[in-house]
Design a protein around this ligand. Structure first.
Ligand SMILES: NC(=O)C1=CN([C@@H]2O[C@H](COP(=O)(O)OP(=O)(O)OC[C@H]3O[C@@H](n4cnc5c(N)ncnc54)[C@H](O)[C@@H]3O)[C@@H](O)[C@H]2O)C=CC1
Ligand SMILES: CC(=O)C(=O)O
Ligand SMILES: [Mg+2]
Length: 572
């Protein structure tokens, strides 16, 4: 009879097998494998199923009373046994993703040097760059990588510069690719680009494990990045290179520099833009309006704010038949100095399309209550936005007055406070719901409990986090072996996600699918992206569009144990 599990020829035995997280099965090694692979005396008698192991691991997890301890426990499980780790989290996705990703991972990263137990991924330090190529090859040892996730850790989630701790975000994002996008973890690599840190607390911490030096900037930084990208292109020409949590200036310029020469993706710009576009499309489905009918206020004009504005603008141009200039005028961006208008000094180049003319604000400036620039409340009162998006890291910025002023100006205000982790959210969605008597259409970046509608029903707060889309964008690009990640591929993914919104069927339902359904949703996103890549000719595979779904299904990595046969020329 044929075995339903895959058969692997492995070149490891005994202790080396048990200490390889990729191959280790712990008590699930069968008696036959134990004999053949030198494990009989190394394991207790009883053979467990994966279900039993998951049950035991889940019980052990529950013994840890707080989220950060659970995070550490899961991290150590990842170091021991990948199948068990991914299988456990897949079975409890909604409960455990917040433990390994936002919000808990932010705490783990900010304490990285103190919680440090074991290295993972690749640490590339600017001061040791002479060995960069050897280090990359040593760490990847003949593996053919599909995915590289890197961060220089200048703007981790909303908690700023975290130096070498940034490996934690690269690793967490890679894990999400596997859990939700079905990417084989053996084919992905998390990387931290340690160029120093401007975080004084880290610099003065004697236990800090990164390079204790001020952040290197300018030409030296650019050359370091260039060298890294060059090596990725040389050794992994077909990989997707994912950039995460870079400071806004570098994020934008790196994306522009490499997007035409390699398949690169900036998650904070493009992933956040895509998920927010999908969420906005779902919300305007409820309000039965068009993108071009909206007035958008975006509070926080960093990587996420810029990415959201560009994505919404581009989608508006392509669907509503408006010019780019006309579409730009629908946006009001604010940053620390208030509304971004002409007379502000040092406006970043990438924000220029969205700068408001001064004269539009002269009367407001004269009567403004806020000092200096034009503040959020003034903007809301003056332009009566229909959509208010927060990506500022300024917790509580959407005050009751702001939210209620917005609700006075439109029937169903669309409010997305997207800053992570949860304590930095611009408004607790339950407050926004209460202050608008259940009228606001809401989504947040980190998970929140449901709000109560005036009729007593729960209103589920959609999680508008790029993790709901980037795994599918990446999967689609990888399976189609795309040479580039194009804007149209990203928009195709966002449209597919929007089409799966529960709010399309029930206006009181969540704007985006539940995170528990993220794997199925991202599979659909991946199919849409690959189809688009084939249609526009950037895919290297020679499939017909109709084949994509079946081919994609074959490529999904699943956490199940295979059957092992020893072969000294086998896999390691
Ligand atoms: N939900 C999601 O999927 C995502 C959420 N985010 C969150 O958005 C926030 C920003 O992330 P990035 O754009 O990557 O960071 P960033 O550092 O590039 O941008 C933050 C921007 O907010 C501005 N800002 C800071 N304080 C402000 C204030 N008081 N008022 C107005 N603007 C202020 C900063 O000057 C900066 O331009 C973070 O909390 C991050 O976790 C980011 C990416 C995805
Ligand atoms: C979700 C994400 O990428 C961020 O908060 O930076
Ligand atoms: Mg990010």
């Amino acid at each position: 009879m044929l075995s339903k599990n895959p058969v692997f020829r492995v070149a490891l035995r005994g202790e080396t097998l048990l200490t390889s997280p990729r191959w280790n099965k712990g008590t699930a090694f069968t008696n036959k494998e134990r004999k053949e692979l030198g494990l009989t005396g190394r394991l207790p008698h009883r053979v467990n199923t994966l279900d039993e192991q998951c049950q035991r691991a889940y019980d052990q997890l529950q013994m840890h009373e707080n989220a950060i301890r659970k995070n550490t426990f899961l991290q150590s499980m990842k170091d021991q046994n990948w199948v068990l780790y991914y299988s456990l989290i897949s079975r409890h996705l909604r409960e455990l993703v917040p433990i390994i990703y936002t919000p808990t991972e932010a705490e783990a990263i900010s304490n990285y040097s103190h919680l440090f137990r074991r290295s993972e991924g690749l640490y590339l330090t600017i001061s040791d760059q002479g060995t960069m190529e050897e280090d990359l090859l040593e760490q990847t040892k003949g593996r053919n990588l599909d995915l590289i996730v890197c961060s220089d850790a200048e703007a981790i989630l909303g908690i700023g510069d975290q130096g070498v701790g940034g490996i934690g975000i690269s690793a967490a994002k890679s894990v999400i690719y596997t859990l939700i996008g079905g990417i084989d973890p053996h084919k992905s690599l998390p990387v931290v680009l340690d160029v120093g840190t401007d975080n004084e607390q880290l610099l003065s911490d004697s236990l800090y494990v990164g390079w204790p030096h001020k952040r290197v900037r300018g030409k030296e930084y650019d050359e370091f990045i260039d060298k890294f990208v060059g090596l990725v292109r040389k050794h992994f020409p077909n990989s997707l290179l994912h950039f995460e949590d870079f400071g806004v200036k570098n994020a934008h310029s790196i994306l522009q520099r490499y997007r035409d020469v390699h398949s690169v993706f900036n998650d904070d710009i493009q992933g956040t833009g895509a998920v927010t576009l999908a969420c906005t499309m779902a919300a305007i489905g409820v309000t039965k309006s068009k993108l071009s009918d909206q007035r958008f206020v975006i509070y926080g004009a960093g990587s996420a704010g810029l990415g959201i504005a560009v994505q919404l603008r581009d989608a508006m141009v392509s669907t509503d038949n408006v010019s780019e200039e006309e579409a730009n005028r629908k946006f009001y961006l604010l940053d620390k100095q208030g509304l971004i208008k002409q007379s502000l000094p040092d406006i970043r180049e990438d924000l220029k399309p969205f700068v408001r003319p001064d004269e539009e604000w002269d009367s407001v400036a004269r009567n403004s209550s806020s000092e200096g620039g034009i503040g959020l409340l003034d903007v809301v009162k003056h332009i009566k936005p229909t959509v208010l998006i927060g990506c500022s890291t300024h917790g509580g910025a959407f005050t009751k007055e702001v939210v209620q002023s917005m609700a006075e100006g439109c029937e169903r205000p669309i409010i997305f406070p997207l800053s992570n982790p949860s304590n930095l959210v611009e408004v607790d969605p339950r407050d926004a719901n209460e202050w608008t008597e259940g009228k606001a259409l809401l989504a947040t970046g980190s998970p929140f409990p449901p709000a109560k509608m005036p009729n007593g029903k729960d209103y589920i707060i959609a999680e508008c986090n790029n993790a709901l889309i980037y795994p599918g964008l990446g999967f689609g690009s990888m399976i189609s072996e795309s040479r580039r990640m194009t804007d149209t591929m990203i928009i195709a993914g966002a449209r597919r996600l929007a089409a799966l919104s529960p709010a399309l069927k029930d206006p009181d339902a969540a704007l985006l699918p539940d995170f528990g359904d993220a794997p199925e949703v991202n599979f659909e996103v991946g199919v849409a992206v690959a189809e688009q890549a084939i249609e526009e000719g950037v895919a290297s595979v020679k499939w017909k569009k109709e084949e994509v779904r079946d081919r994609a299904r074959e490529r999904v990595w699943k956490p199940v144990y295979g059957e092992y046969v020893f072969d000294e020329n086998g896999q390691k």
